[in-house]
Design a protein around this ligand. Sequence first.
Ligand SMILES: CCCCCCCCCCCCCC(=O)CC(=O)SCCNC(=O)CCNC(=O)[C@H](O)C(C)(C)COP(=O)(O)OP(=O)(O)OC[C@H]1O[C@@H](n2cnc3c(N)ncnc32)[C@H](O)[C@@H]1OP(=O)(O)O
Ligand SMILES: NC(=O)C1=CN([C@@H]2O[C@H](COP(=O)(O)OP(=O)(O)OC[C@H]3O[C@@H](n4cnc5c(N)ncnc54)[C@H](O)[C@@H]3O)[C@@H](O)[C@H]2O)C=CC1
Length: 253
Amino acid sequence: MRIENATFVITGAGSGLGSACAERLVAAGGRVVLCDLSEGVQDQARRLGDAAIAVQGDVTSADDIQAVIDAAQAHGDGLAGVIHCAGVVSVAKLVDRHGNPADLDAYARTVQINLVGTFNVMRLAAAAMSQNPPGDDGERGVIINIASVAAFDGQVGQCAYSASKAGVVGMSLPAARELSRHGIRVMAIAPGVFETPMMADIPEDAVAALSQAVPFPKRLGKPDEFARLAEQIITNSMLNGEVIRLDGGIRMQ
Ligand SMILES: CCCCCCCCCCCCCC(=O)CC(=O)SCCNC(=O)CCNC(=O)[C@H](O)C(C)(C)COP(=O)(O)OP(=O)(O)OC[C@H]1O[C@@H](n2cnc3c(N)ncnc32)[C@H](O)[C@@H]1OP(=O)(O)O
Ligand SMILES: NC(=O)C1=CN([C@@H]2O[C@H](COP(=O)(O)OP(=O)(O)OC[C@H]3O[C@@H](n4cnc5c(N)ncnc54)[C@H](O)[C@@H]3O)[C@@H](O)[C@H]2O)C=CC1
């Protein structure tokens, strides 16, 4: 699929990895519709110029995401793809050091945003893209979801987060199988540790430990390194139904 003059929805585009994807797609001649809960997403759209518009919304809301997709249809010649970066991190042990059980609502919130939100965006975007005229190979669209290495190597305290991301991994192949008849590809990226505001709350020694745990390069990833992979997934139609770890070889302990 070509990026130039095509329109993409990027969720979580007010920050971090989503923001980097927006910059890279605009630089490649694409048009973007930025969705985020935070109102800062409007500033990001203004920075990117006429190729970008922002629609504030919650990925767990059917109405909000349908409004984002409707805006994408109007922003260009139909929705070509989605890079779904919106997500939250949570940390809690099943039983804390005082013997108290983990909070159920906190667990449910993490799964609701990271997993149910992913399903919500996929289902509404796929319904819209299935109406596109077929392109090369009969392609009508591409969906890129974001998992995490925590889907595979979850650490102590990551039951909710790892479960939510493992669910994103689990949906990749069945979604790709179902949507292949419409010419829509589904991929997921499982990042390791990247320099974004999501990592900002981590104690410095923990960040250092995570960086040292990366075989090579021993550092946090840069958001544009993530965006470059997303760009390649969009333009390389043989990438489908798979999860790509982008992590420097880290296997978390
Ligand atoms: C490496 C810790 C990083 C903390 C980061 C918190 C914010 C996370 C932002 C992540 C954003 C990116 C997300 C992503 O997709 C990529 C990743 O997943 S990066 C990995 C992020 N890691 C986590 O989120 C782990 C979070 N867990 C914790 O911070 C702690 O486990 C927790 C606070 C939940 C509990 O710690 P503590 O109070 O020390 O628990 P205990 O005192 O009960 O310890 C019991 C026992 O378990 C050992 N332990 C605790 N944490 C870890 C660990 N992460 N890895 C290995 N072992 C751990 C602890 O040392 C005790 O062992 P003893 O032998 O009894 O000393
Ligand atoms: N930073 C990292 O090291 C890693 C991040 N990831 C995943 O990558 C994705 C992006 O993470 P970052 O850019 O690092 O985080 P970030 O915190 O910088 O950006 C996430 C964005 O999602 C938005 N968001 C959260 N909940 C939302 C909702 N319900 N509706 C709409 N927007 C919502 C936030 O407002 C924020 O702007 C997340 O899914 C995260 O789990 C995965 C592995 C590693």
